[in-house]
Design a protein around this ligand. Structure first.
Ligand code: 4JN
Length: 444
């Protein structure tokens, strides 16, 4: 008999797992990873197609690179979680390699590789799978897909304004509004200006930012302890934490003075937001630093206003990443947008799209010897751009109708002897029940 999966079992084919000869494999994917069966894959394609359509609207070019990279791309010494959870190993050539935890280092590598053969500014995007090896104690995923958009070669905050605009456009396309989501915006130049007053060496900057990024995740005393461990004085720590609690640009200006780059950049960004038409989506938040060591300027993150979810997306300026790879620095900024939190948000908001399988035709031979003729009919339809689910073995009509309703087929094309003698096939329009005979060549 036909089992639901179409496999066959019976006396002639002993089931080895019953006889104990073959150990049944674990049919689940590795811990922390996901399969994408058809329904999940339709949702993923819908999401990614929106990512890609927005990227096209903004004139970005798609790029890609290997999931496997040299471990050296990620050996930053700033205590980042992304480094602690690196999915790395030694390959058979004794090379230290890693499954990429993020996409920006690969992008920087490719830009350096291309060198003068590409003209700036570059506007590049990609959607790629990223990995982390986290102890499964927390049961979190070990892979996710990220949409990344980067602008390479533009020093001014117009670049950040453009990137945020692209994310707003994406949100609007999928039904998310400024009442659902906002962006917290700040600049790492705020921290830089404070640290400069305490003559903290430049090379501590990344470490300090990584520690401060944990401000809402671990107790503030732990933050203070870690800051002192990296060499900040009690006074510097106090000043830093006070600046992070500043609630407005005006207050920040009073504290830092109006001459610094941080204030200038942020004022310009909020002014550009007016022009781009997304002011209502933005708010200044001095506590936003993001957890990647290489950011140097404006940083931002998308958040759900109900405060139930983790950051939806995040990004910022990274003007010195290239020199950490031994190349000349190029001003750059970009963001990453994961495929998981956004789906949780859409589910919360009842905005998940209804995506069903659609096929134009099911073509079925009414007799075994007409299988070839059914293939001819399928061919004609496919050459005209019509999708065809061709029934590949003789099946009772009841089975064909059941499959037609499951696949939302628009039409049933039946290849029968009597019609075929006249060079015809029978068509049944499933939504109306209308049926008619048509010449094979007139099938469309
Ligand atoms: N970086 C990173 C990679 C994979 C996942 Br899941 N989350 C974050």
């Amino acid at each position: 008999t036909d089992s639901p999966t179409g496999g066959r079992s019976g006396a002639l084919t002993p089931n080895p797992t019953v006889t104990g000869e073959v150990q049944k494999i674990d049919v689940n994917p590795p811990k922390g990873t996901r399969d994408f069966p058809p329904e999940e894959m339709r949702l993923r394609n819908w999401l990614f197609n929106n990512f890609k359509e927005v990227s096209r609207l903004y004139g970005f070019e798609e790029i890609d690179f290997p999931v496997l990279e040299s471990e050296a791309l990620y050996t930053r010494k700033a205590g980042e979680e992304i480094k602690d959870q690196l999915y790395c190993f030694e390959d058979r050539g004794n090379r230290r390699v890693a499954l990429r935890p993020e996409l920006t280092p690969s992008l920087a590598r490719l830009v350096i590789q291309k060198g003068k053969s590409v003209s700036l500014p570059l506007k590049w995007f990609t959607v790629g799978q990223c990995w982390r090896y986290e102890r499964m104690t927390r049961g979190r995923r070990r892979e996710h897909y990220q949409w990344n958009m980067d602008i390479i070669g533009v020093p001014g905050v117009m670049a950040e304004a453009e990137l945020i605009s692209s994310i707003v456009t994406f949100f609007k396309r999928i039904g998310i509004t400024e009442s659902d989501v906002g962006f917290k915006v700040s600049s790492r130049k705020v921290l830089q200006e404070v640290l400069k007053c305490y003559s903290i060496p430049e090379n501590m900057f990344g470490k300090v930012c990584v520690i401060i990024d944990k401000i809402e995740k671990i107790p503030v005393d732990e933050i203070k302890k870690e800051l002192k461990t990296v060499g900040l004085s009690e006074e510097a720590v106090q000043e830093l934490l006070q600046v992070l609690s500043v609630k407005s640009l005006t207050e920040l200006e009073e504290r830092l003075g109006g001459s610094g780059e941080a204030i200038a950049d942020l004022k310009q960004l909020f002014s550009l937001a007016e022009k781009f038409g997304y002011s209502k989506w933005l708010q200044f938040d001095a506590s936003v630093v993001r957890g990647l060591a290489y950011y140097t300027g404006i940083v931002f993150e998308g958040f759900d206003r109900e405060g139930k979810l983790r950051a939806i997306c995040g990004g910022g300026r990274y003007d010195h990443l290239f020199s950490t790879f031994g190349a000349d620095d190029i001003p750059a900024c970009g963001f990453g947008f994961g495929d998981a939190v956004i789906v949780e948000l859409l589910r919360e908001k009842g905005l998940l799209p209804e995506l069903s399988l659609q096929v134009h035709n099911i073509v079925c031979a009414l007799d075994e010897e007409l299988q070839g003729h059914a293939a001819m009919a399928a061919n004609i339809l496919r050459e005209k751009g019509q999708s065809v689910d061709l029934v590949l073995e003789s099946k009772p009509l009841k089975w064909v109708f059941k499959r037609a309703s499951r696949t939302n087929a628009e039409r049933l094309v039946l290849v029968g002897n009597s019609e075929w003698q006249k060079g015809m096939v029978r068509v049944k329009v499933l939504s109306t029940g209308e049926q008619y005979e048509v010449k094979l060549d007139d099938l469309n």
